[in-house]
Design a protein around this ligand. Structure first.
Ligand code: THU
Length: 134
């Protein structure tokens, strides 16, 4: 399990992911890069749909891709938006992230100087998760 998070690499991958965003409706591109406990980095972007409610956020795309590739635990997520201020993960994504990393580190970056540096447990206190079903 990596104890040092390479935020520069996660940021690079989150920026690259945002370039793949499919956002014809909102024009709001989001890229996410997650670091798994075995040191893999998996990217995701938001993928919108003509039936708007079926849109998938970048964070969830990354989580689902990582799981499909065999991941079991997430250490960190970096979220990038090409905006002046950083964008925190939406409520639904917080819940999905929690499933695989209730203690993960969360960083949101943008084209401005501001950074959000936090943890999932701070963003989703008192979360419902796998432990509640055990
Ligand atoms: N979006 C994300 O990808 N992640 C978030 O956490 C917030 C919202 C996307 C969904 C939609 O494609 C666009 O941003 C505007 O809501």
């Amino acid at each position: 399990m990596p104890h040092i998070i390479n935020w520069d690499e996660l940021a690079r991958q989150a920026r690259a992911a945002a370039r793949q965003a499919y956002v014809p409706y909102s024009r709001f591109a989001v890229g996410a890069a997650i670091l798994t406990s075995d040191g893999q980095i998996v990217r995701g972007c938001n993928v919108e749909n003509a039936s708007y409610g079926l849109t998938n956020c970048a964070e969830r795309t990354a989580i689902f891709s990582a799981r499909a590739a065999g991941m079991s635990e997430v250490m960190a997520v970096c979220i990038y938006t090409p905006t002046a201020t950083p964008t925190p993960p939406c409520g639904g994504c917080r819940q999905v992230l929690n499933e695989f990393g209730p203690d993960m580190a969360v960083r949101a970056i943008c084209d401005g100087a501001d950074i959000i540096d936090t943890t999932l447990s701070a963003l989703l206190p008192g979360a419902f998760g796998p432990k509640n079903l055990a």
